[in-house]
Design a protein around this ligand. Sequence first.
Ligand code: SF4
Length: 378
Amino acid sequence: MSIQRQPTRPVSIGNITIGDGNPIAAQSMTATKTQNIEATAAQAEALRERGAGVVRIAVDSDKDAAALAEIRQRTTANLAVDLQENFRLAELVAPHVDKIRYNPGHLYHHQRDKPWQDKVKFIVDQAAKHDCAIRIGVNCGSVDPAKKEKYDAKDSITPMLESAIEHCELVDSLGFTRFVVSLKDSNPTKVVDVNRRFAQQRPDVPLHLGVTEAGMPPDGIIKTRIAFEQLIGHGIGDTVRVSLTLPNDRKPEEIDAGRGIIEDIYAGRVRSVVKFQEQGLNIISCPSCSRVENEAFIDLAASVKEMTQYAAEYDLTIAVMGCRVNGPGETDDADLGLWCGPAKVNLKRGPEPLGAFGYDEILPKLKQELDALIAQQT
Ligand code: SF4
């Protein structure tokens, strides 16, 4: 298939360049504890060997940042870090990585009196000083609250888009152009919509594509493929990640999935795209990362999928998330949401918290709630 790519700027990340017609890079993220240096370096290497253009690592503390310096010595992967709420960590991580990802919606938690523009400038200064690229990563579960307030709650796309555009303008105005943007949602249709709108407004900015919490293979791969076909097939997208819920030793399958989808699109092996999951049970689950506090999460995600088979025909969404950092926000749009803590699993129905339950108690409780929702639909 001949694809006319968007005329995006070239952005170098370690030893690869994305954008400007360069091959689309597949990325993944380590899910080991970052402070477990040996395991994290081994996973970064395994991902690189499988063909990962960039490997992302979550860094939430000074100790994680110190571990990163060691990990850098043990892998030749192009490394990116995922900064969550603590923007100041940019200073500690920038010397050791090739790209820094920040989330505009997370710049409000630390130093609340400091304007977000100053925080972005701090991150940009660190990136420029240490030869790093930046990703402005907007996520449906953590959109800038000021943007969300302006729009009807049913329109989740426009606040994401506006936030991304605003950050691009600020970063450009600081004279820094070595950045990419991502706009992720767990709904492939929304991913297509928001990325197309962004590409129309900023055709020059490279895009990193992904469907968040796509879930377990094969469903997670299918969900992602649907979005990527509609974007890459139209020339949109310079890097990708297929976020799958997988145990650590199978994490490189994310790279296989990403590369496989790209190859298929270029070979014209595309499915005719139907509207995805407009009907029927939709299970979403996060790909896990170093923030998972109980590895029972992976088995729980599989058990939820299995246990809920009986409800396949009902138009409901169940979200299963691995941690307490992003779990509460990322489950907002689900009919039933679960997120894992060290010993308990939190459950909510829509926005209403239902409490925390032991790992051995959660499935019957979930079933009870699911049955109640089904009863409402019948
Ligand atoms: S929900 Fe938590 S554990 Fe899952 S990928 Fe996101 S940050 Fe990591």
